[in-house]
Design a protein around this ligand. Structure first.
Ligand code: MG
Length: 383
């Protein structure tokens, strides 16, 4: 079974209501979806996290021509071939994002070829269901008092849907962030809460915010500091009780090894559509395990990346094990995204904040071809 063609689809849609976080505001959603087709006619699908137009060029002009004709089930051989072909100038970044989507498509393909789900291919399931946390509470263009009550109401709606855990955005300004952290805890005394600053603080600011998170018994503090300032994580961790989580900007086992070696990080968050794909995520998890750290993927994008994370978490072993294990939470982005909610004829089943691991072969989600066409703004094909 050989790779006969690789197609990529840049999908885009506008949002009804723009939303923001500490670094940027979104008024549209974009994604690059990859289809790897074999000479038997079987297809596997993956997606890339990152700027879709640029990643598409990396797939179309660089990696696809280099892997056409390779044995489609040899995902490790293909990964290594791609890695070595761009190693001298692309040890990470967008090129690794492109490799990630291709690798994800090869896992989907292998599952379909062998009639096994991706979690079965990864070694088998430790669990059939995964607790989710709702990601939302992004900033909107309104005055701060209005915004506070809007965000609290949004969180309460997720609690009513059955979510027992959720993550808020902080990193607007210190005063507002502290008010928001407290207001959320007051409104939701029994919910597992996390806060994500998307690297918005310097060290003294992160300590000051972290102390409020500690007071309000938050579960983790995500990207408190810049991913460029790894040494600061250790100093922050020494001042706080709660777990420090980071890694959505990091890639490959080599990157995560450096991150974990510098210390101060308790949870790592590789994105399977960016870190090097499911193949590399398994290696990253092994490094995390050796450091006594849990690996909880960052999930942004559409159902393919969500499905990859579901299978990955289904196979996860929790560090450390005990009679009643802590749950490794699946990130479920609740912000507006038609590419996640309208593109697929089969999606991940999530009810009352709990995801069920799909039994179907491969990733277990299905793109509707008609909707794919509607959202596609640029298509590429390499033969
Ligand atoms: Mg984040």
């Amino acid at each position: 079974m050989k790779i006969a063609a690789i197609r990529s689809y840049h999908l885009r849609c506008s949002l009804q209501k723009p939303f923001g976080f500490s670094q940027w505001t979104y008024d549209q959603r974009n994604v690059l979806v990859i289809e790897v087709i074999t000479d038997t006619g079987l297809s596997g699908w993956g997606e890339c996290y990152g700027p879709a137009d640029v990643t598409q060029a990396a797939v179309e002009h660089f990696y696809a021509p280099r892997i056409i004709g390779m044995h489609a089930l040899s995902s490790e051989v293909i990964w290594q071939h791609m890695w070595r072909s761009s190693l001298d100038f692309a040890r990470g970044g967008i090129m690794m994002g492109a490799m990630s989507g291709l690798d994800m498509a090869l896992w989907d393909l292998k599952g379909k070829a062998l009639n096994l789900s991706v979690s079965e291919l990864m070694g088998g399931r430790q669990r059939q269901q995964i607790d989710c946390y709702a990601t939302g509470m992004y900033f909107q263009d309104m005055n701060e008092q209005q915004l506070l009550s809007t965000l609290v109401a949004e969180a309460q709606a997720y609690a009513c849907e059955g979510f027992k855990a959720m993550k808020i955005k902080i990193g607007k300004n210190l005063n507002f962030d502290k008010q928001l952290i407290k207001a959320m805890r007051e409104a939701l005394p029994n919910t597992t809460l996390m806060a994500d600053s998307n690297h918005a603080y310097d060290l003294p600011e992160a300590i000051s915010i972290g102390r409020v998170l500690d007071e309000c018994q938050y579960h983790w503090f995500e990207e408190p500091l810049s991913p460029e300032h790894l040494r600061q994580f250790h100093s922050l961790h020494n001042k706080l009780d709660l777990a420090i989580a980071t890694g959505e900007c990091e890639q490959t086992r080599f990157g995560f090894d450096k991150l974990l070696t510098s210390g101060g990080v308790n949870i790592i968050q590789p994105d399977l559509a960016y870190c090097g794909g499911p193949s590399e995520a398994l290696k990253i998890r092994a490094i995390a395990s050796a450091n006594g750290v849990n690996c909880i993927p960052h999930v942004w994008g559409t159902q393919l990346n969500l499905a990859a994370a579901v299978h990955f978490l289904a196979t996860a072993y929790v560090e450390p094990g005990r009679a009643e294990s802590q749950s490794l939470l699946l990130e479920y982005d609740r912000t507006e995204n038609p590419l996640r909610d309208e593109l697929y004829s089969t999606s991940i089943d999530i009810k009352h904040g709990v995801a069920t691991v799909p039994d179907a072969a491969g990733l277990g989600v299905q793109i509707d071809p008609h909707t794919l066409e509607q959202f596609t703004i640029k298509r590429s094909e390499t033969l």
